[in-house]
Design a protein around this ligand. Structure first.
Ligand SMILES: *Cc1c(COP(=O)(O)O)cnc(C)c1O
Length: 422
């Protein structure tokens, strides 16, 4: 029992100095950037069918190394994971009248990918243990219009791919895996990101490895890889030279990654293992400490899965503690350890869905289904968001043993002294 006056009531906080920032950019990245700058070639893409249609040397080396690392046939770099998700929807030929089942508890772009192509995002509820879309809920949302599923490996834990794949195979639909938060996570020995038809990674500043902004789409399917590369770089201008009648409807964008970003991403990829292992160790440490606290349920790791621990997500049970989540988190914050309540607002709550503000998708004349964006259709998402979930990014590789001890202790101290909050 850790006694003591809680800091929120004027006691001494567990932690007085701020935590170190996550900064993994070092001399290797600087040298790589300088080599690109010295070459004078900052991007080598050309929107013409030919040698440089697929970019310059850094971009191509990154793609080769990424495909090798993850054990996939093709890696296609983009300027963001958002672009990669949009390109993936385009590659799978998602279009007006189609429905795409997606998790509501994810970064917004996962659900906008179908909308970009005039299709309808249909939100399935999440699994209460891993917060990824639940296979049972996906099965309930399948209609004759369902074209694809976008499964998100949220917080770094892979979605339930065995069950999702069964549904997809049975219905003849495809899966896009949004593994933006889960590089190096595994499901039954296979890397997250390689579990669906197309997988998407993010290299934005907030992710485990980054290059400023960037994304990578991976696939084992030659045809899908071809379509991804065309969509990345002005497809319509090159399909005549490229050949292939079924490509004639493809619209292209400029989703190209620069040589500078690719050079940084190559160095970061070499660090991925070394940056993930300490996260897993720090997460184990917090699980062992907070797992003993009655109102807190630390993250579940499913059998034969590796959780990459982008963040450490827990459930807080106010009916056990007698203190609301917000009051509890306020008290932990006063101890010097900021925890984050919930994740992003469930996507169906955005005005674009609630007011049917978009002109394509569910509002289009091509759509004859009856999708609902009523929050009551996703009760588990609502419960986690409104009442139970909290998370912390304070498990990253730059934190010392003492830092982690403070994180653990702040929560233990508050839980042991809940009476002071009543
Ligand atoms: C970060 C993130 C994205 C988008 O990544 P960008 O590279 O910023 O476009 C998509 N999905 C999830 C789950 C993410 O966490």
């Amino acid at each position: 029992m850790r006694q003591g006056k809680l800091a929120v009531n004027g006691g001494k906080p567990v932690r007085e100095q701020p935590f170190p920032a996550y900064n993994t950019i070092g001399s290797a990245e600087k040298a790589a950037v300088n080599r690109v700058l010295d070459s004078g070639v900052l991007s080598e893409f050309v929107g013409v069918w030919g040698e440089y249609f697929n970019g310059g040397s850094q971009v191509r080396e990154l793609e080769k190394e990424w495909a090798d690392w993850f054990g996939v046939k093709h890696a296609v770099s983009m300027n963001s994971a958002t672009s990669a998700l949009y390109a993936a929807a385009g590659a799978l030929d998602v279009g007006p009248g189609d429905e795409v089942i997606v998790s509501p508890y994810t970064m917004t772009a996962s659900a906008i990918a179908p909308l970009v192509y005039g299709a309808v995002p249909v939100f399935a509820d999440i699994d209460p243990e891993i917060y990824c879309v639940s296979a049972k809920s996906v099965a309930e949302r399948i209609t004759e219009r369902t074209k694809a599923i976008i499964a998100v490996d949220i917080f770094g834990h892979p979605a339930d791919f065995q069950e999702l794949q069964k549904i997809a195979d049975e219905k003849g639909i495809r899966i896009i895996e949004d593994a933006a938060q889960a590089p190096a996570a595994k499901y039954e020995g296979r890397f997250a990101g390689t579990l669906g038809d197309i997988g998407v990674f993010s290299l934005n500043y907030h992710k485990t490895i980054h290059c400023g902004e960037g994304g990578i789409a991976v696939t084992d399917d030659d045809d899908l890889a071809d379509r991804l590369r065309l969509i990345r770089n002005h497809a319509e201008t090159v399909v005549k030279d490229h050949g292939g009648a079924d490509l004639n409807h493809l619209l292209g964008f400029n989703y190209r990654m620069t040589e500078i970003e690719a050079a940084i991403a190559r160095e970061q990829l070499r660090k991925l293992d070394g940056l993930t292992t300490p996260r897993i160790e720090n997460a184990e440490f917090l699980r062992s400490r907070w797992g003993k606290l009655e109102p807190i349920q630390p993250p579940v790791i499913r059998d034969r899965c590796v959780h990459a621990f982008y963040v450490f997500s827990c459930q807080y049970d106010a009916s056990v503690s007698g203190v609301s989540r917000s009051r509890f988190l306020e008290a932990v914050k006063a101890e010097g350890v900021p925890l984050i309540p919930a994740y992003v607002e469930p996507l169906y709550r955005q005005p674009i869905y609630q007011q049917r503000a978009m002109r394509s998708g569910p509002n289009s004349r091509d759509y004859e289904g009856d999708v609902s964006y009523d929050p009551a259709t996703c009760p588990i998402t609502e419960e986690m968001h409104q009442e139970k979930l909290f998370y912390t990014p304070l498990i990253h590789s730059q934190l010392s043993g003492e830092d982690m001890e403070h994180v653990a202790l702040a929560v233990e101290k508050v839980v042991d002294n809940l009476d002071q909050l009543k």
